[in-house]
Design a protein around this ligand. Structure first.
Ligand SMILES: Cc1cc2nc3c(=O)[nH]c(=O)nc-3n(C[C@H](O)[C@H](O)[C@H](O)COP(=O)(O)O)c2cc1C
Length: 160
């Protein structure tokens, strides 16, 4: 029997994750979005995968540039997670009002995060209504020692 969407969402909500903001774009025009469908998939070479909705603004930008960066949020950064999950927000659309530095790929790395990755896409696979972008990790940097933001049961949690 097929699993209905509500059950699937409810059950997947019982899998705790960290929260990242993915940034992408080119020529100084950037977009960002909150992403928790993220995993490391290989150590040698270092590879990661993100799963991005076909309708997300960032989807076509990643497909066009083959580049994205990930900023791992701390528990102090819930507001950033909310802003980047809102397609109408200035943060999501253009990173207006967000403090960031540019990494070696020229993509924004949000300030105050617990870690950052810069990634170059090697393969992409359509997976239902999302695309899996499998990417080489070009740089990996640890940041603040703050506790990470955790997402569980459709809500933010704190590690204790
Ligand atoms: C905690 C959290 C995790 C999310 N993870 C993903 C994800 O992994 N992939 C995805 O496509 N959308 C994810 N979203 C939804 C996007 O952040 C949201 O749809 C965003 O508005 C997409 O931006 P855009 O359509 O303006 O580009 C997540 C939202 C939240 C709150």
């Amino acid at each position: 029997m097929a699993v209905d969407e509500q059950t699937f969402r409810h059950v997947m909500g019982r899998f705790a994750t960290g929260v990242t903001v993915l940034t992408t774009g080119r020529d100084g025009v950037f977009h960002g979005m909150t992403v928790n469908a993220f995993a490391s998939t290989s150590l040698r070479p270092p590879l990661v995968v993100v799963s991005i909705d076909h309708v997300a603004l960032s989807h076509d930008a990643i497909a066009a540039t083959g580049l994205f960066a990930l900023s791992f949020l701390s528990e102090r950064q819930r507001d950033l997670s909310d802003a980047f999950a809102d397609p109408e927000s200035d943060a999501n659309r253009s990173l207006d009002g967000v403090e960031y530095d540019l990494g070696e790929l020229g993509l924004p790395l949000l300030q105050g995060c617990v870690a950052w990755l810069e990634c170059r896409v090697g393969e992409s696979h359509v997976s239902g209504d999302h695309t899996l972008f499998v990417a080489d990790v070009v740089s990996a940097t640890a940041g603040s020692e703050d506790r990470p933001l955790v997402f569980y049961g459709s809500d933010y949690r704190e590690l204790r």
